[in-house]
Design a protein around this ligand. Sequence first.
Ligand SMILES: Cc1cc2nc3c(=O)[nH]c(=O)nc-3n(C[C@H](O)[C@H](O)[C@H](O)COP(=O)(O)O)c2cc1C
Length: 389
Amino acid sequence: MSGNGWFETVAEAQRRAKRGLPSSVYSALLAGSEKGVTYADNTAAFSELGLAPHVADLHAERDLATSVMGQPISVPVIISPAGVQAVHPDGEVAVARASANRGTVMGLSSFASKTVEEVVAANPQTFFQLYWSGTRETMIQRMERSRSAGVKGLILTLDWSFSHGRDWGSPVIPENFNLAAMARLLPQVITRPKWLLAFAKARHIPDLTTPNLAEPGKDAPSFFEAYGEWMQTPPATWDDVAWLCKEWGGPFMLKGITRIEDAKRAVDAGVTAISVSNHGGNNLDGTPASIRLLPSVVNAVGSEVEIVLDGGIRRGSDLAKALALGARAVMIGRAYLWGLAANGQAGVENVLDILRGGLDSAVFGLGHSSIQGLCPDDLVIPADFARTL
Ligand SMILES: Cc1cc2nc3c(=O)[nH]c(=O)nc-3n(C[C@H](O)[C@H](O)[C@H](O)COP(=O)(O)O)c2cc1C
């Protein structure tokens, strides 16, 4: 390990996260529901795709910039919203600073531990993510708070089915980090002194509240209170989606699309963008890898909305593959969470640099001068690769 904590690959960031975090925190990051079939397929599917490089007439300069929902980004990867808090004391603010420094968008989960105001101050290019939770009034209030804070887009995530079993065992998440919870977690925490020290230096204990879901003038609900509200909310209809999209009236992404019919309904509801996603394998286990579903969704609605992909992105060549199959950009989850755990803000910057470097190599080797040139011909695609739902 180098003195400044730099790492060479996302795999190394993951190893360091595993070494450095209490086991329940690491396990909460890994997530993956039930048997982990979807979680595993999300990365395995990328390995099935080959690349078809050229050797001459290559381009000395490559342009990797694009935009998502009107936001210019220097590299086609944005931060996917993730609600895990106890990884690092600076949490989402560190991720926002890192993504701002690398010229890209921060996706902020409504289950985040930092306020939307702090996060937008660190990265003005922030999208705020909501679940369909609470009444229409509470949703409007949360949306308007994020609008006043200056967020540039809204993400509505709908692919959650409240399945909680994991074959490898769900981590114990305390209601809050009070003394009793600390005592229960002590055997794990004591073996990870650096993690504890980072929080001690920042003079606060890991936070499990959700400040962006607080009612005006009231305390922030705990993670479990917020989860309870969400579980009790009648599920969204397509009319609800169209209503929220209209109320927001700006760039709007629907996250979690797998089926063509749903992609078309999202277009009808008026969204700006969709994310082909299975929540990183945390939702219904057995859903195919999102990259397998991308070509059919692009074929169905690619001319009508922006399409991003998330799930299983671990290296720059994965970005090249997703773009070659029609994604405008990708979103990352675990890759940056592991970077954050490994080395805070610098660790997230490190992950974004790894992805940029890997993409640049792929664009170079595939003989393009910009990411716009990436196309299916650049790939070796097994006959049984794609799935259409
Ligand atoms: C620990 C964890 C927490 C997450 N929390 C949220 C969340 O609050 N909102 C959301 O829309 N997606 C959430 N996701 C899903 C991510 O936004 C993203 O879809 C997924 O992580 C992409 O897969 P990847 O981790 O393989 O990159 C979470 C994912 C993980 C791993």
